[in-house]
Design a protein around this ligand. Sequence first.
Ligand SMILES: Nc1ncnc2c1ncn2[C@@H]1O[C@H](COP(=O)(O)OP(=O)(O)OP(=O)(O)O)[C@@H](O)[C@H]1O
Ligand SMILES: [Mg+2]
Length: 257
Amino acid sequence: MRAPGLSRCPRIGADDSGGTVFRILIANSKGGSGKTTLTTTLAGYYARAGRLATLLDCDPQGSSLAWSQLRGAQHATVRTLASSDPANGLGTGWVLRLPSDTQVLLIDTPAGLRAHEFVPFARHADVLLVPVVPSPLDLHATLGFLDGVRRLPEVRQGLLRVGLIANRLRERTVAARDLDATLQRLTQTCLIRVRDSQLYLRLAAVGMSLFDDNSSTTRGHREDWQPLLDWLSLRESERRREAKVAFLPAAAKKIGN
Ligand SMILES: Nc1ncnc2c1ncn2[C@@H]1O[C@H](COP(=O)(O)OP(=O)(O)OP(=O)(O)O)[C@@H](O)[C@H]1O
Ligand SMILES: [Mg+2]
C-alpha cells in the first residue's frame, strides 16, 4: 500500500520536532465504530491532564470539530483543526497550521478510507487506535482493515503500535462475547472494553468528555479507559526515548563542527 505523492508529505514528530509531539491516529474503515467518541474522550483526558492537545478532524462530516465548538470555556482547552479533504492525507497545509507547542496530536479520520488514503495517515502516527463494535458485519470489515494495517512497514518495524478498543459492549450478550473472543485471538498490544452507555451521547452533545466532570457515574466509566491510558503513557515514554537516540548523532555532529 503506497500512496501517490507520499514523498511530499512532511513527517512530524521525531524528525522535525525532536519527538515532542505524540501522535495518536484513530481509524477504522467501518463507520460508526466510535472513532470520534474515542478521539474526543482522549482529547478531554489529555487537556484535563494539562497537556497541550490538538485535535485534527480529517472527516468531512466534522463531528470532532462540532464537539469542540460545543465545548464550554470552563473546560480544559482542546485546539481543533479541520482538514476536510482526506484525499490530501496529512499534507503540508495542516502541518503548517499545527500549533508549535502541541504535545499530543489526536487525529480523527473518516470511515471508508481506502488503503492508499490510509497510508499517509499511518506514516504520521506513533499509535493507531481502532474501535470496533460488537456486530458480526462490523467485525468482519474491521478484520479486513486490520489485515491491511498489519502489512504496513511502519507496523512491521514497530514504528506504529496498534491498540484495539471493543466499544459499546453490553455485558453478558452473545455479540459482546463473540467480539471479545475474536479480538483476544489477535496479537495486538492493547485491548480495552468500553461499555455501551448513553453517557457518551450526553457528553458529546455539550462538548464534554468523561474527564471533564467528576461525578460518580463518570468515574465509574473512566475505569474502562485506564488500561488504554496506561498503555498510551508507556508508549509515549518509549517514543521519547527512541526520538532522543535518533537525535543524538545529529546533535553530536553539530557539537563536533
Ligand atoms: N460506548 C458507547 N456507548 C454508547 N454510544 C456510543 C458509544 N461510543 C459511541 N457511541 C455513539 O455511537 C455513535 C457513533 O459513534 P462515533 O460518532 O464516535 O463513531 P464514528 O466511528 O466516529 O462514526 P463515523 O464513521 O460516522 O465518523 C454516536 O452516536 C456515539 O455517541
Ligand atoms: Mg466520526
